[in-house]
Ligand binder design. Structure first.
Ligand code: SR1
Length: 325
């Protein structure tokens, strides 16, 4: 039955607990994702418990068990290693808990999968790279296998290289840790020293791009190298637009919107409504030139310029209030 505010059970009575269990918490993307999730939960009157990730599969398993024990009615799992999670996720499902996955392939028809259309995201960034640099260049590529979004972006990179035989991948490197940017910077420095002919770097995660930019600046080669990335934050916008920056384009969603969409998917399931198995938030291309020309300095200013960036119609209902970002 619908409650006073039109919300169906169990939201009509309040007291709904949802757990958000992250694998990675450090970095702008994940902080904004969590803030968006929290904002949507607040709008729904939901008690959202966020379990911070430390890139630790054993800890993430433990947190799923804790979420079951504290009486969470739904669990959103944000990144992770599928093979380490399937049995504890099954325990949650067996207890009637709804589960939503963001960027971790849990391969279960009962679990909606949220993603950012990583193929489109990589296509947008790489089309810009080809537009700026032609189809013949030496490239550096930042990739760590085993993360669903990076694996999907990698499929597009392989396709673009396959279609453009004069794009030569001279080096592949990257680290995902609690210090991704600085660890990637150290690797990038060694790569540039060994391959001074690299002129383009595809770094499809903003922490990777920051690391490459650090290395490029330290080596004084910002006029020779262009960086194409994924993701965006206010700090990224500042790094992209600063004078002489080699970071020239990124393809991104608003991570706060993706967080809100993840909570809505959980809420709709709890209300017994149909939720598509695959839920996609589309990215937009943002270039250094666009940002400079429009005088955009923050995510909020970007959202005003590109309305599609600040909303998503994915998984919504008349009884779900909008989240405030
Ligand atoms: C290590 S995976 C990092 C990516 O996860 C999210 O999909 C963000 O877009 C980020 O690039």
């Amino acid at each position: 039955a619908a409650g006073l505010n039109g919300a169906p059970a169990p939201f009509d009575k309040g007291d709904v607990k949802i757990a958000l269990i992250s694998y990675i918490s450090a970095g702008d993307f994940f902080q904004a994702y969590q803030a968006g999730a929290q904002s949507q939960a607040k709008a729904l009157g939901v008690d959202l418990q966020i379990f911070p990730g430390r890139q630790n599969a054993a800890e993430q398993r433990e947190q799923i068990l804790q979420a079951i024990n504290i009486g969470a009615k739904a669990i959103v799992i944000d990144h992770g290693q599928p093979e380490a999670l399937s049995d504890v996720v099954q325990q949650a499902l067996d207890k009637g808990i709804k589960v939503v996955a963001f960027d971790v392939n849990l391969n279960n028809p009962k679990i909606p999968q949220v993603e950012q259309s990583d193929h489109k995201l990589a296509e947008l960034a790489l089309q810009q790279a080809l537009k700026d640099n032609g189809t013949s260049f030496k490239a550096g590529y930042v990739y760590v296998a085993g993360f669903a979004p990076l694996d999907r972006r990698n499929e597009v990179w392989e396709k673009v290289k396959g279609a453009n035989k004069d794009i030569v991948e001279k080096a592949r490197f990257g680290t995902v840790s609690d210090t991704t940017a600085t660890a990637t910077a150290d690797q990038a420095k060694a790569v540039f020293r060994a391959n001074p002919d690299i002129t383009v770097v595809f770094a499809p995660y903003d922490e990777f791009a920051r690391g490459v930019k650090l290395a490029v600046n330290d080596l004084g080669i910002a006029d020779k190298v262009k960086i194409y990335s994924a993701d965006i934050s206010t700090a990224d916008i500042q790094e992209i637009t600063e004078k002489g920056s080699p970071w020239v384009a990124t393809a991104a969603t608003n991570p706060a919107v993706v967080g809100a969409v993840s909570i809505r998917a959980a809420a709709l399931q709890l209300a017994g409504e149909n939720v598509p198995h695959q839920i996609v938030v589309d990215p937009v291309l943002v270039t250094q030139k666009d940002l400079r020309d429009a005088g955009v300095n923050t995510i909020e200013e970007l959202a005003k310029k590109i309305p599609a960036f600040s909303t998503s119609t994915a998984v919504t209902a008349s009884w779900i209030p909008s989240a405030a970002f």
